[in-house]
Structures are given as structure tokens and as C-alpha cells.
Unconditional design. Structure first.
Length: 204
């Protein structure tokens, strides 16, 4: 009799679970605060280095519950700037970076980062805010997939994302001073990879 009651109880719980499945967590969208967000770059060459910033134009982040789901962020390449120089040398460098030798800003004024997947490294542990991000990065109209770790904090009103990544400019047909395209550059060679430090703040 006891076994029968236990069996009936289990059947009842199963039927209840089927009839009343747990509610799915709704998606939420947060809009990027372009004034609170930052995009910092650092590039090196044989004879030195340069650093600077670019500003975002707009973007959005999607979450499911407290979990990052996706994002699409637009970078305004017209705001490309160098922060390590002033005066004439600053103007020459920024003008060169915006020219067809590098980012061809007159023709490609926007770069795009579109997150395709975001996987929490340890979703139930102390590292729950650490993610592996896979995204499509578009520069000069060319799209390549990039993968990088990120720290993501989600609450009811805000999402904050911090990430460091390295971008290979050669994959976006940025050839000037690149040993991937030219030989015998000597001390005029510029590294293909440049580093980016991203901070994105998005609000509901």
C-alpha cells in the first residue's frame, strides 16, 4: 500500500510538472549609455607605440534573467582619436589613421560589434559573471569572428561589460606598414595586432 501511495504521488508530481512547466525568463533590452562607455585602443610598432579612444554611437544589450544573451554596438569611427600626442603630431597621426591607409573613415564611418553567443564560464559559481564571448566584428565593411573573455554584471536597471581583446588589423585589409603584406619594412613595421579595452554601460 505504501509503495502504491509513493508511486501515485510521483505520478501526480510528474503530471503537475507537465501541466505547469516553470515560466521562462523573459528577455530584457538595455540601451548603451555612450557617455558612460569607453573604447580604448593601443597599438605598437618597432620604434614606439600609440594609444587613443573611439566613441560609441549607439547600441543595445539583451539579457535573459541575469544572463547576457546578445548585443549589438556601433562604433563611430569619425571620433577616432589619439591620446598620447598633442599639436601637429597628434593631427598628423589621427589624419593618417582615418585615411585609406588605415580605417578609411570617409567610406566606412561605422564599425560594429555583434555578440553571437555569450557563455558563462561557471554559471552557478563565484565566477558566474565571467563569460566567453563570440562576436562578429565589422571594420571597413569586412566581418570577422572574434572570441574574448568578458566580465558581465547584470541587474534590474543596468548591464556593465568589461573586456580586453586583441584585433588583427590585417584581417580587415588594413595593410599599411604590415609585415603580412610587405617585406623589408625594417623599423617601419607596425604590428598587425592592436589591443582594445572595452567598457560598455547599458541602462533600461
Amino acid at each position: 500500500m505504501k509503495k502504491t501511495m509513493i508511486l501515485l504521488s510521483l505520478i501526480g508530481l510528474t503530471i503537475s510538472a507537465i501541466a505547469n512547466p516553470p515560466a521562462k525568463k523573459a528577455d530584457a533590452t538595455y540601451n548603451v549609455d555612450v557617455n558612460a562607455s569607453t573604447f580604448k585602443w593601443h597599438a605598437t610598432k618597432v620604434t614606439g607605440e600609440h594609444s587613443g579612444i573611439v566613441k560609441y554611437s549607439k547600441g543595445s544589450i539583451t539579457t535573459t534573467g541575469n544572463t547576457l544573451k546578445g548585443a549589438e554596438i556601433l562604433v563611430d569611427m569619425n571620433t577616432l582619436d589619439a591620446t598620447d600626442l598633442t599639436g601637429e603630431y597628434h593631427d598628423k597621426l589621427v589624419g593618417h589613421l582615418k585615411s585609406e591607409d588605415f580605417f578609411s573613415v570617409a567610406n566606412f564611418g561605422t564599425a560594429t560589434i555583434k555578440v553571437k553567443s555569450a557563455t558563462a564560464i561557471k554559471p552557478n559559481g563565484k565566477d558566474a559573471n565571467n563569460y566567453n564571448i563570440v562576436a562578429d566584428l565589422t571594420i571597413k565593411g569586412i566581418t570577422n569572428e572574434v572570441t574574448f573573455p568578458a566580465l558581465v554584471v547584470v541587474n534590474a536597471k543596468q548591464v556593465i561589460v568589461n573586456a580586453d581583446l586583441s584585433i588583427n588589423r590585417a584581417k580587415f585589409d588594413i595593410r599599411y606598414g604590415s609585415a603580412s603584406f610587405f617585406t623589408d619594412l625594417g623599423d617601419k613595421a607596425i604590428s598587425d595586432n592592436f589591443d582594445v579595452k572595452v567598457r560598455v554601460v547599458a541602462n533600461k
